[in-house]
Design a protein around this ligand. Structure first.
Ligand code: P6P
Length: 333
């Protein structure tokens, strides 16, 4: 019988890989896993409870917010913020930074998208929580401010996501590989199910919203055209897989190989996806799994952020597929 390793046990093992860790990283990750269990409980029964449907408000993105987004946001802030380990937080649902309920000893920053893909909630398509953890740039948590939230993705100490799908999984990295845990509701634990996830160098799927063809630049259309050509030697044509839920599309490509593209378009020069709590954490995971993540020109993790909610074009997934996409976007093909 395979060893049953809970995510908490794995966090403790990971801590030994961080000589400077004082156990705080383990505690942070434990808090995130705990919050994920609370969010999961509501997401999986959303159809039953009276929390389905529109909350009637709009978030900083100007998007209508469904009650589950609000719930997830509040749960994460309160469940994680109560232990005082985070000095500051940033969420897709909040315009400014969030000072947790307790933060006097916090030496870390948490940035998160509480429920990505929420437009899919009512149709029972997988949605996800994405998180990114940084160390404070200074020593005094009372002086923590927006500059602690605007660090390059390469400074992340941990990142991960929870996918609420046919099974609920939590995937994370602290810079020592990527590990996946599947939730067992009979014991209320995330159990190690995918150790050291690696993404194939080239996949067979591509994910892009071709409905916006008219808005796509010729370079992007040329890449899509290349993917659709018949060429057995390079495994083409690729198949389209586009769920419209970033975490679900990313997770499939991470496990099977493939490339996800949300590019700059004629109407959105920075694309749609958010750098700090969508692209950066997934880029950290993707690179740790042997993949690649760029904005079409530079590594996502090298982008010097200027705003908490700034957007970025995103090409992420199998290393060779992303490099091919970049060659087209840079006019080299
Ligand atoms: P489009 C969901 O709203 C989201 O933020 C991501 O989860 C998803 O990848 C993307 O937007 C889909 O955007 O423009 O293709 O509907």
């Amino acid at each position: 019988m395979k060893k049953l390793i809970t995510i908490e046990r794995h966090f403790a093992e990971e801590q030994k890989l961080h000589p400077q860790a004082t156990g705080e990283l383990t505690d942070l990750l434990y808090d995130v896993a705990f919050a994920a269990k609370l969010v999961r409980r509501e997401v999986v029964r959303a159809g039953l409870a009276d929390i389905l449907g529109m909350a009637g408000t709009t978030n900083v993105q100007g998007e209508e917010v469904k009650k589950l987004d609000l719930f997830a946001n509040e749960k994460i802030i309160n469940a994680i913020g109560q232990h005082g380990r985070f000095a500051l937080m940033g969420s897709e649902e909040n315009e400014g930074t969030i000072i947790p309920p307790k933060n006097e000893n916090g030496r870390y920053v948490l940035l998160f998208d509480p429920l990505d893909g929420s437009s899919n909630i009512d149709v029972n398509v997988s949605v996800g929580t994405i998180f990114s953890i940084y160390r404070l740039t200074g020593d005094d948590p009372r002086k923590a401010d927006i500059k602690d939230c605007l660090q390059k993705g390469s400074e992340q100490v941990a990142a991960g996501y929870v996918i609420y799908g046919s099974s609920v999984m939590m995937v994370y990295t602290t810079g020592h590989g990527v590990h996946g845990f599947t939730y067992d509701p009979t014991i209320g634990e995330f159990l190690l199910s995918h150790e050291n996830i690696t993404i194939p160098a080239r996949g067979k799927y591509y994910s892009i919203n071709e409905g916006s063809r008219k808005q796509l630049h010729d370079s992007t259309l040329a890449f899509i055209g290349w993917l659709k050509e018949e060429d057995a030697e390079t495994g083409r044509p690729y198949s389209t897989r586009y769920i419209g839920s970033l975490v679900a599309d990313f997770h499939r490509n991470l496990l099977t190989g493939g490339v996800f593209v949300y590019p700059a378009t004629k109407t959105h020069r920075n694309g749609k996806l958010r750098l700090m709590y969508e692209a950066n954490p997934l880029a950290f995971i993707c690179e740790q799994a042997g993949g690649r993540a760029t904005d079409g020109k530079q590594r996502i993790l090298d982008i010097d952020p200027s705003e908490l909610h700034q957007r970025t074009p995103l090409y992420i997934g199998s290393r060779d597929d992303v490099m091919t996409a970049e060659a087209f976007e840079q006019g080299e093909r």
